[in-house]
Design a protein around this ligand. Structure first.
Ligand SMILES: *[C@@H]1O[C@H](CO)[C@@H](O)[C@H](O)[C@H]1NC(C)=O
Ligand SMILES: *[C@@H]1O[C@H](CO)[C@@H](O)[C@H](O)[C@H]1NC(C)=O
Ligand SMILES: *[C@@H]1O[C@H](CO)[C@@H](O)[C@H](O)[C@H]1NC(C)=O
Ligand SMILES: *[C@@H]1O[C@H](CO)[C@@H](O)[C@H](O)[C@H]1NC(C)=O
Ligand SMILES: *[C@@H]1O[C@H](CO)[C@@H](O)[C@H](O)[C@H]1NC(C)=O
Ligand SMILES: *[C@@H]1O[C@H](CO)[C@@H](O)[C@H](O)[C@H]1NC(C)=O
Ligand SMILES: *[C@@H]1O[C@H](CO)[C@@H](O)[C@H](O)[C@H]1NC(C)=O
Ligand SMILES: *[C@@H]1O[C@H](CO)[C@@H](O)[C@H](O)[C@H]1NC(C)=O
Ligand SMILES: *[C@@H]1O[C@H](CO)[C@@H](O)[C@H](O)[C@H]1NC(C)=O
Ligand SMILES: *[C@@H]1O[C@H](CO)[C@@H](O)[C@H](O)[C@H]1NC(C)=O
Ligand SMILES: *[C@@H]1O[C@H](CO)[C@@H](O)[C@H](O)[C@H]1NC(C)=O
Ligand SMILES: *[C@@H]1O[C@H](CO)[C@@H](O)[C@H](O)[C@H]1NC(C)=O
Length: 658
């Protein structure tokens, strides 16, 4: 409903606006050129350059890239001390964790290899994921006190995100791996900062800075059109995803105009990254050709790292150097000696992973405006839609680096274009895919599920809306048994009815506790479903504006979920998280599992039983009611705004809800 209000507000703004030409902002952007703005001063427009002497090539997925292998050595070493500190605080009685780390620190690969995955689900998912990340981050004030989990982020090797989760991950790494606490405590009254995560203005209005809107809405639309036309005029196909990514970035990247020159590949050159001070960010997207539908068993899944774009699936089974994606590749090499750089805009990566939200932008199409600039924006949308059709509004058009590559299995091999869509469209709404690749040997995955699975057509009829029901990991499990598995392995999970009936979608649940049950290395999955601890964080996926109070309440709720109310719901919770982290490592090193861990596993592991009878309505109650947060202004948030949902369902029909 808020969405409608903001739409109305932006309509009013549009109508009232004059038709004076919008200012060109490149000059401003050039003044604040930064290390990360790799494509400055060209902004969003990709550039043609001579290919470097080490010719960029497409590599096979058989092994990890040399870049990742080299970086992992640095990162794994950097996780040793944070892991020692973390485990030391967890009170795992019966195991001297300091001694354990000391015994194995010369061989970091004997130690736990941790991944964290943040699901999709719009701003709800970004915020719910942020609360968990904040709880895991030792930079969060008090997060290393008793009962807390600060340091888990510093001990982790990988951090993946998809759709709304890609906004979280992408925003952190586009801002020098800043912390959630820093984002939330930024001084919004200062003139030159404080534009990050100001979700009070919807994507239709552009951000405020220092209490004054950075650009008026008309200037904002003008800038969007300007930026995307720059790319188009340089000869590249653009889609609504370009506009969507640019619009998003005003809230996610702390730079003038949302940092149009910021590229994702430039992360690989940042000091904080090369020194191994952060986990490896991985963003997930699906391949989908116009007119096709995809499900988990037949999608080809693509992953962005700071070095590469590619897929481990048996179809494409290759990776392209991200910095040069945009180049015309053929059979694994550039077709000419000219290469393209600057195509891999950080905003385009985030926009691609969340392209389902293009539907939100297209609603502006029907808005009556007398503003020439806003109508330039509408014209742009209209022209794209008439080219690709409304059913394909979610497409992001990438130049296909895999043309002529793996012709026999790669259905895209004949095409110049590679069309990518929202990473949740195949139903796997948690980005587990890059973390279950056998080459990565991940031991434990913290799977943050902020999906909105309980809908009007939920298996648990009459449920409260927008809570997860486990379907996302069911899809990942199914895929691990399909022809697309290609060596991946995922722990067994029960059917969705059992998730409801056994309460597995309402509390942390461990899957895959018994490693001897699996034939190939399988990570233990710590499933962390969104549930109400101190606030009802089940807002609609399509709620596009949040005031700071509600934003913070959702984050606080997730923080409490991650820490189980600072261990007030279970004094052993930190120890149990420690046991999950250590489980595979203890196996590897032949170390006895301490008693406390066995107690934890009998409490938190899914025991293999099912109850597939039709579940009753799922209406979860507060777990920590004395700390309940009341945000009255957010009360409308839990309506599933019928118009917005109608727009959305046009796209998601047949897919699990994000
Ligand atoms: C990645 O590895 C390649 C080959 O080893 C090297 O040429 C390139 O500079 C590396 N890229 C980065 C960003 O480190
Ligand atoms: C550690 O856990 C044991 C039980 O396993 C408990 O008796 C003890 O009080 C805990 N110590 C701390 C510092 O929490
Ligand atoms: C990682 O630590 C090991 C053991 O201390 C050491 O031998 C190795 O050189 C380190 N690697 C890097 C890249 O720092
Ligand atoms: C941190 O803990 C101290 C002491 O318990 C408390 O006074 C302070 O408010 C806490 N800070 C935060 C940000 O929770
Ligand atoms: C990231 O760090 C670099 C180098 O310290 C700095 O120039 C740049 O402004 C920072 N970027 C952001 C978005 O904070
Ligand atoms: C945003 O950028 C401003 C100016 O460079 C800086 O002062 C501020 O700390 C940044 N905010 C965050 C959360 O990184
Ligand atoms: C643009 O898309 C068309 C197909 O619609 C394709 O033939 C062409 O190669 C694409 N151009 C680029 C630069 O990707
Ligand atoms: C490339 O674009 C053409 C024309 O729009 C379309 O028919 C084709 O399906 C696209 N190819 C892929 C692999 O998406
Ligand atoms: C994937 O499977 C679905 C359901 O069987 C089917 O409708 C769709 O055409 C398939 N898509 C591809 C790309 O094979
Ligand atoms: C994965 O797929 C590739 C390409 O089809 C194949 O060469 C490879 O053997 C497969 N790996 C496994 C473990 O099945
Ligand atoms: C759009 O609004 C103007 C007045 O603001 C009105 O004159 C015009 O008829 C409207 N157009 C449509 C198509 O509704
Ligand atoms: C793959 O197909 C391209 C043409 O589409 C062709 O030039 C190339 O030789 C083929 N590669 C192989 C290994 O057959």
């Amino acid at each position: 409903m808020k969405f409608l209000a903001s739409l109305a507000a932006s309509t009013a703004l549009l109508s009232a606006a004059s038709a004076t030409p919008y200012p060109h902002r490149e000059e401003v952007a050039a003044l604040v050129r930064r290390a990360f703005a790799a494509n400055a001063p060209h902004g969003y427009t990709p550039q043609t350059v001579s290919c470097p002497s080490a010719t960029p090539t497409i590599r096979s997925a058989a092994r990890l890239s040399d870049n990742e292998t080299a970086w992992l050595e640095v990162r794994r070493n950097a996780t040793v001390q944070p892991m020692r500190d973390l485990l030391g605080r967890m009170n795992i009685t019966g195991l001297d964790t300091n001694q354990y780390i000391d015994n194995h620190q010369n061989n970091a690969s004997a130690l736990p290899n941790i991944g964290i995955a943040a699901s999709g689900g719009g701003y709800r998912a970004m915020l719910n994921g942020a609360g968990v990340i904040q709880a895991f981050d030792s930079r969060t004030p008090n997060s290393t006190a008793a009962g807390q989990l600060g340091g888990l982020l510093q001990a982790a090797t990988y951090l993946s995100g998809l759709s709304g989760g890609s906004w979280l991950v992408g925003s952190l790494v586009s801002n020098n791996f800043t912390s959630i606490s820093d984002i939330l405590s930024q001084d919004t009254s200062a003139d030159d900062s404080g534009s990050l995560w100001q979700l009070g203005n919807s994507i239709f209005e552009g951000p405020d800075t220092g209490g004054i809107q950075l650009v008026d809405s008309v200037g904002y639309y003008g800038d969007l059109v300007d930026q995307v036309h720059g790319k188009e005029d340089a000869g590249f196909n653009t889609t609504i995803t370009d506009y969507w990514g640019r619009a998003l970035s005003y809230q996610l990247i702390n730079a003038t105009d949302g940092g149009p020159a910021y590229t994702f590949s430039s992360i690989a050159q940042q000091d904080w990254f090369t020194s191994g001070s952060s986990p490896l960010p991985l963003i997930v997207s699906d391949g989908r050709s116009p007119g096709q539908t995809i499900i988990s068993d037949n999608s080809t899944i693509y992953v962005f790292s700071p070095w590469e774009l590619g897929s481990d699936d048996p179809t494409v089974y290759g990776f392209a150097p991200l910095q040069y994606v945009g180049t015309n590749f053929s059979s694994g090499s550039p077709s000419t000696d000219q290469c393209i750089v600057g195509f891999d805009s950080a905003s385009y990566v985030m926009g691609t992973s969340s392209s389902l939200f293009n539907a939100i932008l297209t609603t502006l199409q029907g808005v009556n405006t007398t503003s020439a600039l806003a109508s330039a924006f509408q014209d742009a949308l209209e022209s794209i839609l008439s080219d690709i059709g409304q059913d394909n509004e979610d497409i992001a058009d990438w130049v296909n680096p895999f043309r002529g590559y793996n012709n026999a299995t790669n259905v895209n091999a004949p095409y110049n274009n590679l069309t990518l869509v929202d990473g949740g469209e195949d139903g796997q709404n948690i980005p587990l895919y890059p973390l279950i690749q056998p080459n990565r040997n991940v031991d434990v995955i913290f799977a943050i599920d902020s999906s909105a699975d309980t809908t009007e057509t939920s298996p648990a009829n009459g449920s409260a809306l927008n809570w997860p029901d486990g379907v996302s990991i069911v899809r990942t499990y199914e895929r691990s048994l399909s022809d697309m598995a290609n060596g991946t392995s995922f722990p067994a999970v029960p059917d969705i009815n059992s998730f409801f009936n056994l309460g597995l979608n309402n509390r942390p649940t461990f899957f895959g506790c018994n490693a001897s049950n699996t034939t190939s290395p399988t990570p233990l999955v710590v499933y962390l479903p969104n549930a109400p601890y101190v606030y009802y964080g089940n807002t609609s996926t399509y709620q596009m504006s949040y005031n700071d109070t509600e934003r913070n309440a959702i984050i606080l709720n997730a923080y409490n979920g991650a820490t189980q109310g600072n261990a007030s719901l279970d004094a052993n919770w930190p120890a149990c998280v420690g046991c999950a982290i250590l489980s595979r490592s203890l196996d590897r090193t032949g170390t006895d599992v301490p008693d406390i861990c066995n107690q934890c596993f009998s409490r938190y592991c899914w025991d293999g039983t099912t109850n597939s009878t039709a579940p009753g309505p799922y209406v979860p109650e507060f777990k920590i009611s004395d700390a309940m947060v009341k945000v009255t202004s957010g009360a409308s948030a839990r309506f599933s705004g019928s118009v917005v949902m109608a727009v959305a369902t046009a796209v998601v029909v047949g897919f699990a809800m994000l």
